[in-house]
Design a protein. Structure first.
Lengths: 482, 256
């Protein structure tokens, strides 16, 4: 009779479903990183001098920094930063004015990913600023948003058309000198998304960006800046999937959120970068992301993430609760299967009075996966009457994976309170047998149990995204139980 | 042809040496209700789990025919889809998964297997409505996570409720009476009795005779040390109640 683990092994050995490479001529910089490359990138993008100077300042600072290698619970060979290509753009004569002008190869790629851009945008009412490699190639619904005064465009366009906003807010949440990866990003960022929602405006649709790494050996350095002015509301969705690669691909994104007084920002991510060869772990994406939001009085920032991909995930979407009565939330599902490693969590920095934060983290480990939750709750002296609630649950599938939790809690006043709850459980043979005895297949049973485990996070996602997230989780889980 | 025929079945714990079933023989016809009684550790619960296909047990000898087919060839989920149902002694909790979602997935897995169209939410609710009334279950039940935070009685009712919805050919009931107060027992037994019929066989496993007052079996078997050592009609259960299991043990030891 086959044992549970052999069935699981079979399931686990399936290949990454979305591994394909689009054949498009790329316009790339030579590999390596130096001041010339930084200038090359800036010139390619026809940037104003202030932008170039900012990049150079970051680059020079980066040279003095060291990679954080001692504290994350991650193991990987040293990265040769001179081996990466720091700029690659799909070749296009001029910017496309309509969907007809977009390279059909690109559109095909989106189709394979199940994102028929134009239809999806219309049907779902989602404005899509699709990022293919480093340059935005299609933007829809712009006019509709423009009527409300909402700016939603690529970062490069924002630099050109809205320099006052970019100069005011870029680096205001994640300074150029923040950390090794964020500083690298500040020097060489290729493109990304920019969004500004004016005072009192409620953005009528979910904003969405699809990222996709394509050209070989291309580091992807996205930069996103999202500003919700006083009393504004915006919900932003970010999702990605990437093709099979033999070499590790470096990805170091920066996302900055600014929630001005009374504003609400919901930022949701489904991340499905190529996780590496299932047997060896080779070739997966290294994902070093800095995401942070600053919340002014009475504002609210919610991070929701579903992390199923990447060989390495290093990511701590955080909230600086600057203003009184501001609220920060973090809902996370992080899955590590095969040889994936994740060191992820959040930082909630309470500065204003009566600030509130909620952290719900669900870590799932399967195969040889290593999943670490790392969270800092810091309530400063002036943050009177502040509250934090943290719930941190780990689910183990199999006996070769690991789950680790490193909560840091600092409360500097006596009127505040931080609560931390944690649990670790295993998908039991008894649960699986119970499902199977009802006719439910092993794979469906695992998906069901894991989705049940993640329910508190999924319900924070916008509806259409929640469905997608569950599907991605299912794909990533193929073959992962024990 | 019997619906279920067990011949000289031996089984042990999958990663151990200890043999639990030591040559079980039993034949069950469609329409019959059988009860297996025995002390704790006699192997009766193991038998029900082996019949359902639990992989923590390994069959070392013997055969089991179900509808004339080799049952041991089939995985647990295939057995379920072929109409075998096990009402658990200790129903398992599945946090975050609603009873309604779980049961709909189960019903549709079986329907798909039979080449029938899967039920949508409305059709499914229609299907379960009567069965819920039968087990005196509240509507809110369906929205609660499977068995999570259920009382002992609720869990057992949920098992019989699922059994009613799944409409099995062969229903295995493992210690369904354990942990039930008399009122809950009546409800559960009422549900089980309503499932008696010419198209279905029921195999109950129980320690106590009490359950058999409510669900009257056609046949009673006594299990002792991994074997069925005595079979008879309903009166056998009463005899056991009166004299205890020692009497059968002595008889078996004497080779009667």
């Amino acid at each position: 009779m086959p044992t549970e683990s052999t069935e699981i092994q079979e399931l686990a050995n399936r290949e990454y479903k979305w591994g394909f490479v689009t054949d498009i001529e790329a316009d790339s910089a030579p590999p390596g990183l130096n001041e010339e490359i930084v200038r090359f990138i800036s010139a390619k993008k026809h940037e104003p001098d202030w932008m170039l100077q900012w990049r150079l300042k970051a680059y020079r600072h980066w040279l003095t920094m060291e990679e954080p290698s001692y504290w994350p619970k991650l193991t990987y060979p040293p990265i040769n930063y001179q081996d990466s290509i720091y700029y690659s753009a799909p070749k296009q004569k001029a910017g496309p004015r309509s969907m007809d002008e977009v390279d059909p190869e690109l559109l095909k790629t989106y189709e394979k990913l199940g994102i028929p851009l134009e239809e999806r945008a219309i049907l779902a009412g989602v404005a899509v600023d699709a990022v293919f490699d480093s340059v935005s190639v299609a933007t829809t619904f712009k006019e509709k948003l423009a009527e409300l005064g909402i700016i939603f465009c690529s970062f490069s366009e924002a630099v050109k058309n809205h320099p006052e906003l970019v100069r005011k807010y870029m680096g205001s949440v994640v300074p150029y000198s923040d950390n090794f990866y964020a500083t690298l990003n500040s020097a060489v960022f290729s493109d990304g998304s920019f969004c500004y929602v004016p005072k009192g405006v409620r953005c009528p649709m979910e904003l969405s960006t699809y990222f996709r790494i394509n050209a070989a050996k291309t580091g992807q350095f996205e930069r996103t800046l999202l500003i919700a002015d006083e009393g504004a509301y915006v919900s932003y969705l970010e999702g990605c999937t990437a093709p099979v690669r033999d070499e590790n691909q470096l990805h170091a994104a920066v996302v900055e959120l600014v929630a001005l007084p009374g504003a609400t920002i919901k930022y949701s991510t489904v991340q499905n970068w190529y996780p590496g060869d299932p047997k060896t772990g080779k070739g997966g994406i290294y994902n070093f992301v800095t995401k942070r939001g600053k919340a002014f009085e009475n504002s609210k920032i919610t991070w929701t993430q579903v992390e199923t991909g990447s060989a390495i995930t290093w990511k701590y979407p955080s909230c600086i609760l600057q203003g009184d009565n501001s609220v920060g939330e973090f809902y996370s599902v992080a899955l590590t299967n095969h040889h994936q490693q994740a060191d992820t969590g959040t930082k909630m920095i309470h500065i204003g009075k009566n600030t509130r934060s909620t952290v719900v983290s669900k870590g799932i480990s399967a195969g040889f996966g290593q999943n670490t939750y790392r969270g800092l709750i810091k309530i400063l002296k002036g943050a009177a009457n502040s509250r934090n609630y943290t719930q941190c649950d780990s689910l183990l599938l199999g006996d070769k994976c690991g789950a680790h939790t490193f909560p840091y809690i600092e409360v500097r006043n006596t009127s505040s309170r931080a609560e931390h709850e944690a649990s670790t459980s295993k998908i039991g043979e008894d649960q699986l047998f119970y499902c199977k005895s009802r006719g439910i297949s092993l794979e469906d049973a695992v998906n069901m149990i894991v989705n049940g485990f993640c329910k508190e996070v999924f319900r924070e996602l916008p509806m259409e995204f929640a469905v997608e997230a569950q599907k991605l989780l299912g794909v990533s889980l193929e073959g992962s139980v024990g | 042809m019997a619906l279920l025929e067990i011949r000289n079945l031996h089984a042990k714990v999958a990663h151990g040496d200890r043999e639990i079933l030591k040559g079980v023989n039993l034949a069950i016809e469609t329409g019959e209700v059988h009860a297996i009684m025995g002390k704790n550790g006699s192997g009766k619960s193991t038998l029900s789990q082996v019949l359902m296909g639990r992989e923590t047990y390994e069959v070392t000898q013997g055969e089991v025919l179900y509808k004339g087919r080799d049952l041991l060839e089939l995985s647990a989920e295939e057995r379920a889809r072929e109409g075998i149902f096990l009402a658990f002694q200790y129903p398992v909790e599945i946090p975050g998964v609603s009873t309604s979602y779980f049961l709909k997935a189960a019903v549709n897995a079986v329907r798909k297997h039979r080449g029938e169209k899967e039920l949508d939410a409305v059709q499914f609710l229609k299907l379960v409505k009567d069965k819920m009334a039968l087990l005196r279950m509240d509507q809110s039940f369906m929205n609660r996570a499977v068995n999570e935070g259920f009382s002992g009685g609720e869990k057992k009712r949920n098992e019989i409720f699922q059994m009613a919805v799944m409409d099995p050919k062969l229903a295995l009931m493992d210690e369904t009476d354990s942990g039930l107060d008399i009122d809950a027992l009546k409800v559960v037994a009422g549900g089980a009795n309503s499932l008696r019929g010419p198209d279905r066989a029921i195999l109950m496993v129980t320690h106590y005779q009490r359950l058999l007052n409510y669900i009257e079996p056609d046949y009673v078997h006594v299990m002792l040390d991994g074997r069925i050592v005595k079979s008879g009609g309903k009166s056998l259960a009463l005899e056991l109640e009166e004299k205890g299991y020692d009497w059968v043990e002595k008889e078996a030891a004497a080779g009667v």
